[in-house]
Design a protein around this ligand. Sequence first.
Ligand SMILES: *Cc1c(COP(=O)(O)O)cnc(C)c1O
Length: 425
Amino acid sequence: MSDYRTETKCVQAGYRPGNGEPRQIPIIQSTTFKYDSSAEMGKLFDLEASGYFYTRLQNPTNDHVAAKIAELEGGTAGMLTSSGQAANFFALFNICQAGDHIVSSASIYGGTFNLIAVTMAKMGIEVTFVSPDCTDEELNAAFRDNTKAVFGETIANPALTVFDIERFAKAAHEHHVPLIVDNTFPTPVNCRPIEWGADIVTHSTTKYMDGHGAAVGGAIVDSGKFDWMAYADKFPGLTTPDESYHGIVYAEKFGKEGAFITKCTSQLMRDLGCIQSPQNAFLLNMGLESLHVRMARHVENGQAVAEYLENHSKVISVNYSGLKSSPYYERAKKYLPKGGCGVVSFELAGGRAAAEEFMGRLKLAAIETHVADARTCCLNPATSTHRQLSDEQLEQAGIPAGMIRMSCGLEAKEDLIADLEQALA
Ligand SMILES: *Cc1c(COP(=O)(O)O)cnc(C)c1O
């Protein structure tokens, strides 16, 4: 399917039924798979043959959907995980171990920030956070001899900063490590980080890919471009024998195209078991079939709402990379020519109290800790996700008390704006 356009891949990639087979991806709701002899099953355990033996590692439903996401991103291999958190953890932990170090953009999802700064620190993996807008000197100074990866988000949740993928990829490659990009917000419909030099792409499929608020999930895609063997000393997990698999050297046996995902599946999924359920993979695929149609509408609604808010007297500022006033407007034109996503944030005059009152008056937009859903939703970080912070701390974190994050859904933009208008009045 690689010759087809993104829109066609959304609908048809990953699964091509044969004669008389189901048109829709079958849900293989089975924990295990039957074999005629233990010799045949043994080949699977030795990674000598490909096939299925236990759904904790791999399941055919998941693999069809992962293959679709890999094709959409322009990668060579992909896998699904139980959540976006698991996807980012696996992507990093597949090449980092105790004593290693990561360079990460500071402007990332709060859950990922905790994962890297707190939980992975307990595993002995250190991190240096850099501003996504840092200078080249600052970026280069963040690297150490034990640095194993660079991490960033194409459009950060919730700060909505736009990541300069090409620049960070260049810096990562100059230091002989891969760039991992979380592409959750734009999805491959609006940006394909591999085309800009990213080596590994991750997703919380919980967001736009599912798009209906139905299934938590994650995905990892490998570009197949990073040459692990060229920097073999840095990545022993891929370039030296895995004793738990009869001494297989992943980078030798599966090449640049397959080593990363094969190791991630056969080691991390085997040992940590964060598999997506086949039922959720099926629901995810239903979302992917219309992703290209929905993203265009999310962007149209986000742009319309951002423009409306920017001209409203009770709104202090609006954060949306599609606005000419955004510091990320030029960068977004480069990486997101079709627009970014439907998430807009803005600061209301009157702080916390005004934000609470405004949100209480909204009729269409529901108050939720969620984004990227067909239904418009909103959140005031000061009274919810960041309620432990004082007003001063909120200011410092760039999240003023009156800030609202609004995820524009697929409703008519006129109705969304009318809802804002009556609530602001
Ligand atoms: C939500 C989100 C995650 C975490 O994904 P879950 O599916 O909730 O585990 C990671 N990255 C980004 C950018 C997100 O928005």
